[in-house]
Design a binder for this molecule. Structure first.
Ligand code: PLP
Length: 385
């Protein structure tokens, strides 16, 4: 059975071009970039090249890129490194819909005497900028707000937010893990101070990511040890990961406009067909401000997990808005923050596409989904009650 992979916000296929690029760096060119000999030293040149490619995709200086192990490390580092450089300030502002890589860190800060404000979102998953404005004060050390939501694809007006935050002299970080490579970003002239990205979300390898740190931003070094990454993040570099991330960014920069259009066409086709053919289904998230690859649909009266299992039987990979924790089904914190009713939040499915999906795959999925929904509804004790 062919796999139809529609779970690209979870992770993506490594592009063949990326794989070819990184292969020689395991068994052939395995030197340590910090070595004095040519064998190792020449790897330093490849890392410089990768840094330039990441910087080019973002429109920033190569020296503003710090390589990390991925989105989670970049988010943790951004928050903790900013706070430890400004110990007198004790307030952090974030949103209720962040990824756990940000939200868990912020909630943990409360145990260390920080006051943390989690901004709310409306039914569309959008922020109320005036709520942010009201909360900015002299005690605020950091505002951290995601660029695009991993579950719904909703894009926040990050440049507007960054400008507002900076006008008050406060440091601004954005988790752009889902945005980089999917929509064009340009950090030249931007008010963003720090930005997180992750290789495996844009057809690069897992375990490689980066943190953009705008020149002049005060951060404390986070991982101490050697002098790597200009003393900001010690540890022998993940050479294949970094080279792969660079190549993935180069590919994204080259193709982003055409891919956007094609992926959006496929996403829209999938979404409208499912909404038309499945009664009691609804779209979650701001339809007009979304990533081009993501759709999040709720099906009333049935469990997301049951839908996923049946999709899986047909080789279709998607993901659900609820996570099975300790035997009870917890609906997604993002959908709950948006006020999606429990019955609908439980039955939510996220389809996320990539440049590798085809129209045939979308057609197959739009044919199978209503069959699955009808079958599950017949079994549901809630339908018609
Ligand atoms: N932030 C967002 C918005 C994400 O979607 C993810 C991954 O799903 C992460 C952070 C974590 O990234 P990583 O898997 O590279 O640690």
């Amino acid at each position: 059975m062919k796999t139809i992979y529609l779970d690209n916000n979870a992770t993506t296929k490594v592009a063949e071009e990326v794989f070819e690029e990184i292969k020689p760096f395991f068994c052939e060119h395995y030197g340590n970039p910090s070595s004095m000999h040519t064998f190792g030293g020449q790897i330093g040149h490849k890392i410089r090249e990768a840094r330039e490619k990441v910087a080019e995709l973002l429109g920033c200086e190569p020296s503003e890129i710090v390589f990390t192990s991925g989105g989670t490390e970049s988010d943790n580092t951004a928050i903790k490194a900013v706070l430890s450089a400004a110990p007198a300030k004790r307030k952090v502002i974030t949103t209720r819909v962040e990824h756990p890589a940000v939200l868990t860190v912020c909630r943990e800060l409360e145990n260390h005497g920080y006051s943390v404000v989690e901004l709310s979102v409306d039914k569309q998953g959008q922020l109320d900028i005036s709520e942010l404005e009201e909360n900015l004060d002299d005690d605020t050390a950091l505002v951290t707000i995601m660029y695009a939501n991993n579950e719904t694809g909703v894009i926040f007006p990050i440049e507007r937010i960054a400008e507002l935050v900076k006008s008050r002299g406060i440091v601004f970080h954005t988790d752009a893990v889902q945005a980089v490579g999917k929509i064009p970003l340009n950090l030249s002239g931007s008010h963003i101070d720090l930005l997180s990205l992750s290789g495996h979300k844009l057809h690069g390898p897992k375990g490689a990511g980066a943190l953009y740190v705008k020149k002049g931003t005060r951060i404390s070094p986070f991982i101490l040890g050697g002098h790597q990454e200009a003393g900001r993040r010690a540890g022998t570099e993940n050479v294949p990961g970094i080279i792969g991330l660079g190549k993935a960014c180069e590919l994204a920069a080259k193709n982003i406009e055409q891919e956007n259009q094609r992926v959006k066409y496929l996403r829209d086709k999938l979404e409208s067909a499912i909404l038309e053919t499945c009664p009691d289904s609804m779209l979650n998230g701001d339809k007009n401000n979304r990533l081009p690859n993501t759709t999040n649909i709720s099906f009333e009266y049935i469990e997301g997990e049951a839908i996923l299992l049946m999709l899986d039987k047909f080789g279709i990979c998607a993901s659900s808005g609820s996570a099975c924790t300790s035997g009870s089904l917890e609906p997604s914190h993002v959908l709950r923050a948006m006020g999606v009713p429990f019955t609908a939040a439980h039955g939510s499915i996220r389809f996320s596409l990539s440049r590798y999906n085809t129209e045939e795959e979308v057609d197959y999925t739009t044919q199978k989904t209503p069959e699955i929904i009808n079958k599950l509804r017949k079994l549901s004790p809630f339908v018609g009650k």
